[in-house]
Design a protein around this ligand. Structure first.
Ligand code: 0X9
Ligand code: ZN
Ligand code: ZN
Length: 299
């Protein structure tokens, strides 16, 4: 059964998505943005107080990379916290009154497995499976820090948005471009808060604002347990890599585009123990709430 302090499997997450939505009809609505390569539905939850009109929104996804399990855990935690503190936490209440948060709890459903990274698509002529969804977006596609080889873990795919999961997300964001004010994508590990660009060394037009928001968010994250985060543009803070969702969203016009790399710094790596789910999610909530409040204030 579902447990916020455990790594839940896909069936458990899928049942939970349905039950938490029906238990919170005025705060959560569920849509499917499409199916995965293997035919599983990609459920997207809209968290926000129902209102008659279209609200500005934040889009957040978890689990682009299948093995980064603390990421999936965070999206579930975020939804729980949002609905359970609505009405008592003034920041959450005000946020969900004025904005919607679209949460994609599992981006790469097919790949969701302990040490896998990529999608599970098959390509004729190669026995290797999958492409890296975070190299498959239309942002300097396959020019830097990405591989043309289908067997590589950073394979960029046969073409831009060749991966159906990427196309589904990109289509949703394009269709809702005018209301989406921020794009947050949750990965692990390294304790970084990254922003554009990664596909080039040039600075984003909004560099200084993106940096100051990231530094403040990292500070508030660390205030809980002392976890140290580094923030900066992807290309110089982690490594140059093209085709990422953050750069794509930013160039589409979503100004506040951030990649979180959650705990740890490599001791456990992707195999972060379940005992760290709660503290990691609690500290990350502070940073996400900080960014959300900043975006809301600057609507
Ligand atoms: O390489 C990635 O896709 C991300 N790191 S991870 O260890 N989770 O794989 C970093 C993504 C930073 N942003 C872009 N490269 N656009
Ligand atoms: Zn990742
Ligand atoms: Zn809490």
């Amino acid at each position: 059964s579902h447990d916020y302090t455990k790594y839940n499997n896909w069936n458990t997450i899928q049942d939970w998505v349905i039950s938490i939505t029906s238990a919170n009809p005025t705060l959560i609505s569920r849509t499917t943005i499409g199916n995965t390569y293997e035919g599983r539905p990609m459920h997207l939850l809209k968290i926000g107080k129902s209102s008659g009109s279209t609200k500005p929104a934040i889009f957040m996804d978890c689990g682009i990379h299948a093995r980064e399990w603390i990421s999936h855990a965070f999206c579930q935690w975020f939804i729980k916290e949002a609905v359970s503190t609505y009405g008592s936490d003034p920041k959450i209440t005000s946020l969900l009154d004025q904005m919607d948060v679209f949460v994609l709890p599992v981006f790469n459903v097919d790949g969701y497995n302990r040490m896998w990274r990529k999608t599970r698509s098959k390509k004729s002529g190669s026995s290797c499976v999958g492409a890296d969804p975070n190299r498959n977006f239309d942002a300097g596609w396959c020019t830097l820090g990405a591989s043309n080889s289908p067997c590589s873990d950073t394979y960029c795919g046969a073409s831009v948005e060749s991966e159906i999961e990427v196309k589904n997300v990109a289509n949703f964001i394009r269709q809702n471009r005018s209301i989406i004010k921020a794009y947050l994508t949750i990965h692990s590990y390294s304790q970084l808060l990254l922003f554009p660009y990664s596909y080039k060394y040039g600075l984003a037009a909004d560099h200084s604002e993106l940096l100051s928001v990231a530094e403040a968010a990292s500070q508030v994250l660390g205030s809980l347990y002392g976890t140290k985060y580094t923030s900066g543009p992807g290309a110089t803070t982690i490594y140059p890599a093209s085709g990422g969702s953050d750069d794509w969203a930013y160039d589409l016009g979503v100004k506040y585009a951030y990649t979180f790399e959650l705990r740890d710094t490599g001791y456990y790596g992707f195999l972060l123990p379940e005992s760290q789910i709660k503290p990691t999610c609690e500290e990350t909530m502070l940073a996400v709430k900080y960014i959300a409040a900043y975006v809301q204030k600057n609507l």
